[in-house]
Design a protein around this ligand. Structure first.
Ligand code: ATP
Length: 332
């Protein structure tokens, strides 16, 4: 039996994960669930943002389902983002965000694209140094990271029946680094059977709005992927509908794209669909594609009959939505 560690986290994290777990139970997923702590509430309880116990449980798991965590408000020089730590510790090199408009009445654009973002390098190395009259930020791109992310994108496209793959870069300015990424993309996609396309990142941002039908899979570097995936989520109904996974070789952490949303936490207002869809992606990853697909069909069906939270133009709180969602799930 597959083992999953669940980390509910802070803010709306516990609210949306509760809904996601109900959906997982409702499709009779054959998984063993273990609970672990991480984040601010965990720190207040145990004195650690990421206890060793949690790392040990993750080590023994096939996957993790994670809600969201709140960063401490007061500056704490010893604070290190537990999520960044996990990305490093488990070498979760690919951030994968499938973006789809789940119903014609949510979002603005008929986008159906998977964004595959390099997750370990680029502008997120965090190495900055003061120089006269300014700051230099280091941006490191390695061949290995480029190869891995392109290969992951090819694997996803072939697995999902997507026919084209688009490399998103800025090699007209960053000739050596982004140029290298583009070369590696060309080399590795050749012979895959996929149509290889390329777009500058600014053109990709426009294409998502103006020619969404031309995009099936975007392979891109860390910062570009961060920005484009938020744009894509906004175009298709907002953060409440945006699932994601941080994937390595042999372990994956599934999470809604949104954060802990302190502004609505504890008010029964969060849309749990992003967490529910993240759980569905997890079931697919764990070898239960039919259960995943059933959950996905339920999302569209629920929207169709007006089972919606506030952000989707509905009037339901998280709990009422979840109850309605499970009723619809029974019928699909
Ligand atoms: P954090 O610092 O944890 O990232 P944040 O508030 O800066 O929190 P998000 O949590 O991503 O960032 O929230 C951004 C906005 O989107 C907030 O106004 C929030 O209420 C809204 N939002 C995020 N997720 C949801 C959701 N699942 N349902 C409804 N609204 C959401």
């Amino acid at each position: 039996m597959k083992r999953v560690t669940v980390i509910r986290g802070d803010g709306i994290g516990p609210e949306v994960i509760a809904s996601a777990l109900e959906a997982v139970r409702a499709v009779d997923a054959d998984i063993e669930i273990m609970e672990a702590g991480m984040g601010l509430a965990c720190f207040q309880r145990t004195g650690s943002y990421l206890p060793q116990e949690t790392l040990d449980l993750l080590e023994e798991s096939d996957a993790a389902l994670f809600g969201a965590i709140t960063s401490p408000v007061a500056y704490d020089p010893s604070y290190r983002s537990p999520l960044l730590h996990l990305r490093k510790a488990f070498d979760l090199f690919a951030n994968i965000r499938p973006v789809r408009r789940w119903h014609r009445t949510v979002g603005l654009v008929d986008l159906d694209v998977v964004i595959v973002r390099e997750n370990t390098e680029g502008m997120y190395t965090g190495v900055e140094r003061e120089v006269e009259d300014g700051v230099i930020t280091e941006r490191k791109i390695t061949r290995r990271a480029c190869r891995r992310i392109v290969d992951k994108g090819i694997e996803i496209c072939l697995g999902e029946g997507r026919r084209s793959i688009t490399c998103v870069h800025k090699s007209n300015v960053l000739r050596r680094s982004d140029g290298m990424f583009r070369e590696i993309f060309r080399e590795r996609v050749a012979g895959s059977g996929l149509e290889a396309k390329e777009l500058l990142v600014d053109a990709a941002a426009a294409a998502m709005v103006q020619q969404p039908e031309k995009l099936e899979c975007l392979i891109t570097l860390n910062l570009y992927g961060d920005i484009l995936s938020d744009e894509a989520a906004a175009l298709t109904g907002g953060l409440g509908f945006a699932p994601s996974v941080n994937m390595g070789d042999g372990f994956a952490l599934f999470e809604p794209t949104h954060g802990s949303a302190p502004d609505i936490a504890g008010q029964d207002r969060a849309n749990p669909v992003a967490a529910i869809l993240s759980a569905a992606m997890m079931l697919d990853y764990l070898g239960m594609p039919a259960r995943a697909e059933r959950i996905e069909r339920t999302v569209t069906e629920a929207l169709e009959i007006g089972v919606r939270t506030f952000d989707a133009g509905g009037r339901m709180g998280t709990k009422e939505f979840t109850k309605g969602f499970l009723e619809v799930l029974d019928t699909v």
